[in-house]
Design a binder for this molecule. Structure first.
Ligand SMILES: [Zn+2]
Length: 425
């Protein structure tokens, strides 16, 4: 289906930058060939002929970005949450991911996952699949059909995981990756491949070198995990004795700076040197507050990342996070930042509503290009929010209505969705 040209009228809110939300009462977003022409109080004459949808008193906001989610873990979200990362991977995650060698199982589970993303507020996502090529291609197809803009990664792992979920060698992993890239390059309108070494503990130096070589040769982005959990960090120290710190182990192989962006999830325990290095390399960070809480990983220093000018977005990290909703992730991010401020470091102020909304729209959207805003030239992704479904007797400004929506996180109040100028529902 092609990219449309139309006008959407309603109560409009979007981030101008991390500190400012623009609100326009009775505003109109104009979309031409899938690209926003801006928001107008009075629509210029040249656009008057475009078809119009009037959403009355509903809020209209940009589509949201989930910078870190595991599609095969959707099936068991909400389970095993008494464990920490390494034990949780061993007992819950690896046995479940192994099931994706069975394409019938993958189809059942990934269909539910794609349906969930379609119904919710996520317009763009960075998605981990499993190491299995056929199931990963199926997932890409289902997300494309669902109208979600996504980078999807066939996972690479050649050490320190059970026999049933480990590639036999770095070379074999590379061969499978090249085969997958050949099958999927330019095949889908909205879904693209992203290189996905799971994390240092399951990826040998040789494998990391081979993947970074592919990234260079094909100009591909890369996603992985960094400094999530203390046990994991100690393990990386043992595995990579020559590295100064966890991020340095990636950087030695060239993984922090792929030719078209790298995103690292978590960075809960990143110290001064690691933060400096990510800043230098232009690495994106996916902040996953619910997952970091569920797996008792800790509280990432997001205020610090923002103040340093590092690119940050939000991740649900299903199934470390139980919820796919990014409005919920915004509220979680604010709440854990308040705990960090009160309990860990009083010099680091909590996030504001403006900042959390920015992270879930423009901040994470930047990984995909001009995504996450209604400013002229951005891809037209929009959500229509009917907050009258959660009634109240107050007189609220648009900004207050948006704040309330973020804290309530009611995805059932999303009554319309557009991605890349195409109506999803
Ligand atoms: Zn993850």
């Amino acid at each position: 289906m092609g990219r449309g040209s139309f006008r959407l009228k309603g109560q409009i809110c979007y981030s101008l930058d991390k500190d400012h939300i623009r609100t326009v009462k009775e505003g109109t977003v104009v979309c031409v060939d899938g690209i926003s022409q801006g928001v107008f109080e009075t629509v210029p004459e040249i656009y008057e002929g475009l078809p119009k949808e009037d959403f009355g008193d509903c809020l209209i906001v940009p589509g949201l970005t989930d910078l870190h989610i595991h599609a095969p873990q959707y099936a068991f979200r909400g389970l095993g949450m008494d464990l920490e990362l390494l034990e949780w991977l061993e007992t819950r995650t690896f046995p479940e991911e192994a099931k994706y060698s069975d394409l019938d199982y993958a189809k059942r589970a990934y269909t539910l996952f794609a349906e969930e993303l379609k119904r919710g507020g996520t317009a763009s996502a960075c998605v981990f699949a499993t190491l299995h090529v056929p199931a990963t291609e199926l997932l890409m197809e289902l997300l494309d059909e669902a109208g979600i803009r996504a980078f999807v990664g066939k996972v690479n792992m050649d050490r320190n995981s059970p026999d049933f979920l480990r590639e036999e060698s770095a070379r074999r992993s590379e061969e499978d990756t090249l085969l997958w890239l050949k099958d999927t390059a330019d095949k889908y309108a909205l879904v693209k491949p992203i290189l996905t070494p799971r994390f240092i503990p399951t990826c040998s130096d040789e494998l990391m070198d081979r993947l970074c070589g592919i990234s260079e040769a094909y100009g591909l982005p890369l996603q992985s995990h960094l400094s999530e959990n203390r046990g994991e960090i100690d393990w990386v120290k043992e595995l990579c004795p020559d590295s100064l710190f966890y991020g340095d182990a990636y950087d030695k192989r060239g993984a922090l700076k792929s030719p078209s962006r790298t995103v690292m999830a978590h960075c809960v325990w990143s110290g001064d040197e690691e933060i400096r290095l990510m800043k230098e390399r232009g690495t994106f960070i996916a902040h996953c507050p619910q997952s970091n809480t569920n797996l008792s990983s800790g509280i990432a220093p997001v205020r610090r990342f923002i103040d340093e000018g590092i690119s940050v977005g939000l991740g649900s990290d299903v199934a470390g996070g139980a919820c796919t909703g990014i409005f919920r992730a915004m509220a979680d991010a604010i709440q854990v930042s308040k705990l960090r401020w009160r309990l860990v470091d009083e010099s680091q102020k909590p996030l504001t509503v403006e900042e959390a909304f920015y992270l879930g729209t423009l901040g994470g959207g930047a990984f995909f290009g001009n995504v996450g805003s209604f400013e002229e030239g951005y891809e037209l992704d929009a959500l229509v929010l009917d907050d009258s479904r959660c009634p109240h007797p107050l007189e609220l400004s648009l900004k207050e209505r948006l704040e309330r929506f973020i804290y309530l996180g009611y995805d059932r109040c999303i009554v319309g969705k557009y991605v890349a100028g195409r109506k999803i529902f």
